[in-house]
Design a protein around this ligand. Structure first.
Ligand SMILES: *Cc1c(COP(=O)(O)O)cnc(C)c1O
Length: 215
């Protein structure tokens, strides 16, 4: 399945994040040997262990709920944090990244799913972070775009409407003066809905079970 999904993403100009949570180092290496270099994890401890054991040219993405007290362990190496779901978390990332005089790339997670269990910010919270960012309040952070997780339902109309919500906010943010050009990622779409997500504007998909098998 990897080759098909990878070919699809290449053709569409979409970045494929292989979601390797719960999968072994050997299973990750198998995909690495097929050419995959971007892997997504959702737990800090698991991510740190795998990073140690795997080739250094892997690009690691944090895609899961991130606790503030764990931020310091990942900012030295993480390539992208998809799951910024509060300004308190962003403040912590800023603080820890400043300590090492680095830069951390992040996406702001928009809550698009109707399910209360899914995290993310609303539009107003995101717009307020963007205006603080433009004002220079996050000097060690690069906000690269938005991330969203659609409802886990069969109803493709609902899923599509949720993806459109993210695309619409993205378009609105792009019109704001003073935003740098690096704001260009829309991370949406998983095994069940990635094609729908890409058709609706996604340019980064996070795919796990379709590539690695069921968890
Ligand atoms: C697990 C996970 C995925 C991948 O889900 P699959 O259905 O296995 O493709 C994508 N995004 C996030 C945030 C996840 O936690």
């Amino acid at each position: 399945m990897y080759q098909e999904v990878n070919a699809y993403c290449k053709e569409k100009g979409v970045v494929l994040v292989a979601v390797s949570k719960t999968k072994s180092v050997e299973e990750i290496l198998e995909k690495y040997d097929q050419g995959q270099r971007i892997f997504g994890e959702n737990r800090v401890q698991e991510l740190l262990e795998k990073k140690e054991a795997l080739p250094k040219d892997i690009e690691w993405h944090m895609i899961g709920k991130l606790q503030r007290n764990k931020v310091k362990y990942i900012v030295p190496f993480i390539d992208l944090i998809h799951s910024v779901d509060s300004n308190r978390l962003l403040n912590e990332i800023q603080k820890e990244t400043a300590k090492i005089a680095g830069k951390t790339s992040v996406l702001l997670q928009l809550k698009i799913a109707r399910e209360s269990t899914k995290s993310g910010m609303n539009k107003q919270e995101i717009l307020s972070i963007i205006s603080e960012y433009i004002a220079g309040n996050y000097p060690n952070i690069v906000i690269k775009g938005l991330m969203g997780m659609a409802s886990f339902v069969e109803d493709t109309k609902l899923i599509k409407a949720e993806f459109i919500e993210l695309q619409t906010l993205y378009d609105e943010i792009k019109t704001i003066d003073g935003l740098n050009h690096s704001f260009d990622i829309k991370s949406m779409g998983m095994s069940q809905d990635y094609q729908l997500a890409v058709d609706t504007g996604s340019n980064m998909v996070r795919i796990g079970s379709l590539l690695f098998g069921k968890r």
